[in-house]
Design a protein around this ligand. Structure first.
Ligand code: FES
Ligand SMILES: [Fe+2]
Length: 395
């Protein structure tokens, strides 16, 4: 057996996942279970793509900050005194203690270990008892900054200082979801969970229209039938893709009444209200959009077969003012939890299946158009990164 399966033939064989859904096959199981592939993928995707880390509302006021971690990198997102949102590494440039954990409001970050002090912009502003240290230039030291971009009230970061801007490559998605006006939506605090499967298993499940009428068959889901799924063509340069799923009646919502129970996003058109919209910004963000509620899922891999996910909710402005809001929301969440439990069971068992030597590269139904879109997004980047890594090793 070879030491690694990553070679030219492996990447050439990815091509058959990158075609029309009628002739495509799934990615090789190794892409979900192989440690070498996961290491490769961190560089191919996560070190260069825009990564969603949360909502702007989590840092509403100057001094507000929150921390997160993706592919093992501890990150601080903070709003500085001037009102600008900054993102930076949380790793102290002295001896690598994390200068902040959790979330809060602060004037700056005092490293708990030896009390080096960093400003909200990451600049080192104080370092006690360093006056005898030769060539120590406080001004040259800062928490390593990351690029930040805001889109629809979401905060994105990029580890790659040369990354191209995100928004121009989201024009199609921005237009399709414009009427939800998500930048003005109210955000409910997200819940974070840990899951024992590859991040793509989760991302694919979030975007899968095929299983809707099968796994979720029953009165809590039948009004969003698989055969009403459509998949607008994404441009290869786009940073994401869409799935629309027509519903059997307008303002369908996941609760026993099958209809919206919260205020409807006020600018939605009849067309918007006759379907659910799924907007996908790999590798981290999935939006599940109905007339009265948008669920956002932020995925963060923590290993080849483990990940963390924030599940957050967005509602129309003013929705929370209804004294019955919590009870209404509970109607949706009780149903949503049942649906999510079915998905989680599948995700866990799919990961087990992918680890088997009998796992294969399967074929797709037309109702899996979103998997084709994700494959196109992935394979293009995997192949580019493989080419780049080979070129670098030949230097
Ligand atoms: S590790 Fe942060 S001050 Fe020493
Ligand atoms: Fe599902």
């Amino acid at each position: 057996m070879g030491r690694t399966l990553l070679d030219d033939s492996f990447f050439e064989a990815l091509e058959i996942s990158d075609g029309d859904i009628a002739s495509a096959s799934t990615l090789p199981p190794a892409c979900y279970v192989d440690e070498d592939f996961y290491r490769f993928e961190q560089e191919a995707l996560f070190n260069h793509e825009w990564l969603c880390v949360g909502r702007e509302s989590q840092v509403a006021a100057p001094g507000d900050y929150f921390t997160t971690r993706i592919i093992g990198e501890p990150i601080i997102v903070a709003r500085d005194r001037g009102g600008e949102i900054r993102a930076m590494s949380a790793v102290c440039q002295h001896r690598a203690m994390l200068v902040a954990e959790g979330a809060g409001n602060a004037r700056g970050f005092v490293c708990p270990y030896h009390h080096w002090v960093y400003g909200l912009d990451g600049a080192l502003v104080n370092a006690p008892a360093m006056e005898r240290t030769c060539d120590f230039d406080k001004k040259a030291i800062r928490l390593p900054p990351f690029k930040v971009e805001l889109w629809q009230g979401f905060v994105f970061i990029n580890f790659d200082p040369a990354a191209a801007p995100l928004a121009p490559r989201l024009a199609a998605i921005s237009a399709a979801i414009a009427n939800y006006d998500l930048a003005c939506a109210q955000t409910l605090s997200p819940m974070t969970g840990q899951f024992a499967w590859n991040w793509k298993v989760m991302f694919e499940n979030n975007n899968d229209g095929y299983h809707a009428s099968k796994l979720h068959q029953g009165p809590l889901h039948d009004f969003v039938p698989s055969e009403r799924a459509t998949f607008p063509e994404a441009d290869p340069a786009d940073a994401g893709f869409l799935r629309f799923n027509g519903t059997l009646h307008p303002d369908a919502s996941f609760n026993p009444t099958q209809r919206a129970v919260l205020p409807i996003f006020p600018k939605l058109t009849e067309e918007d209200r006759g379907r659910m919209t799924f907007a996908n910004l790999p590798p981290t963000l999935s939006l599940v959009m109905s007339s009265d509620l948008v669920i956002y899922l932020i995925l963060r891999p923590t290993g080849v077969a483990s990940m963390e996910q924030d599940t957050g909710l967005l509602v129309a402005p003013g929705a929370m003012e209804d004294p019955a809001f919590e009870h209404r929301l509970e109607m949706i969440m009780t149903s949503a939890k049942k649906i999510i439990a079915q998905d989680m069971h599948v995700d866990e068992r799919v990961q087990a299946g992918l680890q088997s030597r009998f796992a294969t590269r399967g074929r797709y139904s037309w109702q899996e158009g979103a998997q084709g879109q994700l494959n196109r997004w992935l394979v293009r980047r995997y192949r580019q990164a493989w080419k780049a890594s080979k070129a670098a090793s030949e230097l």
